[in-house]
Design a protein around this ligand. Structure first.
Ligand code: FES
Length: 150
């Protein structure tokens, strides 16, 4: 079956089984390495992408589920050479230690700000609650999220 994926503003026609995970297609077929493989179970958030502007876990989404929808990965978040404000905030806050979780952290904050431009502290914490960081840089990550608010 031919599936049409729109990723980072570009359309792709793919011939893959419908049940193939979106994460596998993004990384293996489209060479987009922003989304990371962590747990593979929808638990850690490392594989997060935006689907129609809302954070979703690409490891547990089939590619058929996003057929014809707008997918954005970390690779496509910047506008040309201008970083998304959330990316810049994470740099300014020096929120990375190993950096493996940051894809999910950044996209979760972007998703939150897409529908709640001025979130409360509780909303920020809730948005990041299911993203795991094993380095323990949670305080810097929360600082980055606060800096990203206009
Ligand atoms: Fe998808 Fe962990 S790799 S949630």
């Amino acid at each position: 079956m031919t599936l049409t994926l729109k990723v980072n503003g570009q359309e792709h026609s793919l011939h893959v089984p419908r049940e193939t995970s979106l994460l596998a297609v993004l990384r293996n077929d489209l060479a987009l390495n922003g989304p990371k493989y962590g747990c593979g179970l929808g638990e850690c958030g490392a594989c997060s992408v935006l689907v129609d502007g809302i954070a979703a876990r690409a490891c547990v989404l089939s590619v058929a589920a996003v057929n014809g929808r707008e997918v954005t990965t970390l690779d496509g978040l910047a506008q040309g050479d201008r970083l998304d404000p959330v990316q810049q905030a994470f740099i300014d806050a020096q929120a990375a230690q190993c950096g493996y979780c940051l894809n999910g952290m950044i996209l979760s904050v972007r998703s939150l700000l897409n529908h709640t431009p001025v979130p409360s502290e509780a909303q920020i914490i809730a948005a990041l609650d299911h993203n795991l960081c094993r380095c323990g840089t949670h305080l810097e990550i929360l600082d980055a999220a606060r800096r990203a608010i206009d």
